[in-house]
Design a protein around this ligand. Sequence first.
Ligand SMILES: [Fe+2]
Length: 389
Amino acid sequence: MPFGLGVASGDPDHESVVLWTKVFPVTGSVVPVSMAYDIALDDGFTKVVGSGLVEAAPSDAFTARVVVSGLGSNSRFWYRFRTHDYTSPVGRTRTMPAPGELPDRFGLAVSSCQSRAYPEFWDWHLELATDQTVDMVVWLGDFIYERSDSRSVDDYRDLYNTYRGDERLQASSAAHPWIFTWDDHEVANDYTRNVDRERRAAGYQTWWEHTPTRLPRPTLEGLTVYRSLDVGGLARLLLLDCRQYQDGDTVLGADQLAWLARASQHDRVHTMVCSPVIASSLEVEDVLPPYAFEAHPADQQQLLAILSQSPKPFIVSGDLHAAMEMEFAPGIPEWMAPPLSSVFPAEFVQYLPFLPLVSPAVTRAEPSHGYLQVELTPSSATPRFPAVP
Ligand SMILES: [Fe+2]
């Protein structure tokens, strides 16, 4: 199949969205593949509102993306790619509400951490694909898990082919627009500055190739992934990169902190911080030594100072492989999304139910899977956690 990984869309604004696919030409081909794309108001493509050409280059592993603009705000669209006699699966996407617009509700699904070691939990992608409450997916990292010998772009491309080759992920990718940040496993477990530049560059390049984002192609110096997206007048989403700049005393780095201070000053109703790692302090050193923001108190204090000045702030996070409800600070909740498929370490899982008793920040801790639903309305932001099996 030339479209063996399906289609995906992402990074919508109020009048445009990124469409993505990957083609598999004859092995060894070095010729770019030219494709047409169509975007329509219906899944039968009788009301096409945009068409054009896009090229899949061998230097990008024959992935292709196009930013389709001039679309109506807060609307659903269907899209597909065509080349020669082949047509891709049909994807469904949407645009954001117009600037200042306050829709009655907007539904987000938040998740991270999809290890292939637990394929049964990947069925959550089918649930996500058919979830009528979801307008958009926020992915907080660990989209792939590297192998210990992953070094080159070809190594990482193999992983993306395996992960995106799963038809369940293809279903959820085709059903909603996705917004991505990354964590460590897109390069290497718990990496900071200890991984050489070439390996990091290979991880970043292949993440970019296989992600429907409007970010520019990474360079050897890296890629600025932190950014904000607005859901009309309803919310500003602030996507953090907690990995690339982690060094010594800092999680976010000075530039990202300065950006966050500026971007969190806005007039939307809600401020939703999307953090790949936990922001709150657990204060359970015996079980889990401080890490993430707890281990970097200067950044944690800055985050608190910034959010204290922002409209209706809350944090969604991931990485711990548990679903948790916490209080980052009075009036600033943190909701940790469950992992899509990765599991909480077996030696610690017995302690999870006791976490709310011993950690002042925690009110819920569950070893569940799937995704967190967040419903935004003009008056509230409400989390819904999946049932514990
Ligand atoms: Fe993970």
